[in-house]
Design a binder for this molecule. Structure first.
Ligand SMILES: [Zn+2]
Length: 340
């Protein structure tokens, strides 16, 4: 899917970022700085989770230190490049939240490290992830370093788009915006990770253009579970009122997803929307298996979507997870039965 477009993006990419899909703005910003040899003290990569901020930071580090760089673009093959790509370079430091926040001790330790020259490269790169988790005291201790880092150090801070950070931090950095990836690009990335096309398409839609989130969802085998849930709803709907064991069992499994339950409900929403499209969309698009769909009542699909909305609201109010899932599945089953 979308081969010509994807290929076009790769060819048109800034030389230092070949092979990375999407993020044209970031490529342009960073590529220009590399070509001109004008790198600021610090960058702030701002964008959704899982769209490539860490990858780009690693690539920046490689570009800045490649012994055979051409026009600011790393060769990708020299020992320095290989170490940066694998994230195992002694001059590529990654600091992220530990139990919810970046601790002040880590910042103090970092400041000390920065007072020494890099081990083996021209430019040490420090990646500070999820900077919004930095408490005020830790943030303050970082300010001076951020304003005037010791020579031969580049700081790259990342923050999730919806989070706010202290203006004293952001004003000391050059902001580079990151965006959700195009659906086709997300699917290509997921397929390169060995995920089959059908699952990749579903995960790409669910993650809204965040391959990182999609891969997390994949780990929990969410798509497999969604198929089982839909099967349980259909089977029990077909069997009438009598048999509910399958639904109760599914509700238990769903509740076990914990923080992934909300994204899982997103998968069920995609299932319902696809069903609705098959009913109201053009006849030739109606998939096999949706025989007689036109006779069905689209109202049932809206009932299902409402049931999911309600479940989400109940979860937001911290209602008992298993109970919420049970009620949801019974509501979905009822709508499915009326759909016939
Ligand atoms: Zn190289």
């Amino acid at each position: 899917m979308g081969d010509s477009r994807t290929a076009g993006v790769v060819e048109a990419a800034e030389p230092g970022f070949t092979g990375l899909l999407g993020q044209d703005k970031a490529k342009m910003f960073l590529g220009r700085a590399l070509a001109a040899g004008r790198i600021p003290h610090a960058y702030l990569f701002r964008g959704p989770d899982g769209v490539g901020k860490r990858l780009f930071a690693g690539r920046m580090a490689a570009n800045l230190n490649c012994g055979r760089a051409l026009g600011g673009a790393a060769c990708g093959m020299c020992p320095s490049c290989r170490k940066f790509h694998s994230g195992n370079h002694p001059d590529f430091i990654v600091i992220g939240p530990d139990q919810g926040s970046i601790k002040i001790d880590r910042i103090r330790e970092l400041i000390k490290t920065l007072s020494y020259p890099p081990y083996e490269s021209a430019m040490r790169v420090v990646l500070l992830e999820d900077i919004h988790t930095l408490r005020r005291e830790a943030a303050n201790s970082l300010l001076k370093t951020l304003e005037e880092p010791p020579e031969n150090n580049l700081l790259i801070l990342t923050v999730e788009s919806s989070k706010t950070i202290l203006p004293t931090l952001s004003s000391r950095c050059q902001t580079v915006p990151f965006f959700p990836l195009h659906l086709d690009d997300t699917v290509s990335i997921l397929m390169k990770e060995g995920i089959d096309e059908k699952t990749a398409c579903l995960l790409a839609r669910l993650s809204e253009g965040s391959p990182g989130r999609a891969l997390l969802f994949n780990k929990t085998e969410m798509v497999d579970m969604e198929e089982k849930t839909v099967a349980a709803i259909r089977e029990t709907a077909a069997a009438g009122d009598g048999w509910v064991g399958g639904l109760l069992q599914m509700a238990e499994l769903m509740a076990g997803l914990k923080e992934n339950l909300i994204p899982f409900l997103g998968l069920l929403r995609i299932w319902i929307r696809d069903g609705l499209m098959a009913v109201v969309g053009p006849e030739q698009d109606t998939p096999a298996g949706v025989v007689g769909a036109a006779r069905r009542n689209p109202e049932c699909f809206f009932k299902k979507l409402q049931a999911i909305d309600r479940a989400e609201q109940e979860l937001a109010r911290n209602c008992n997870r298993t109970l919420v899932c049970e009620i949801l599945l019974f509501r979905l089953q009822e709508a499915e039965r009326k759909q016939g």
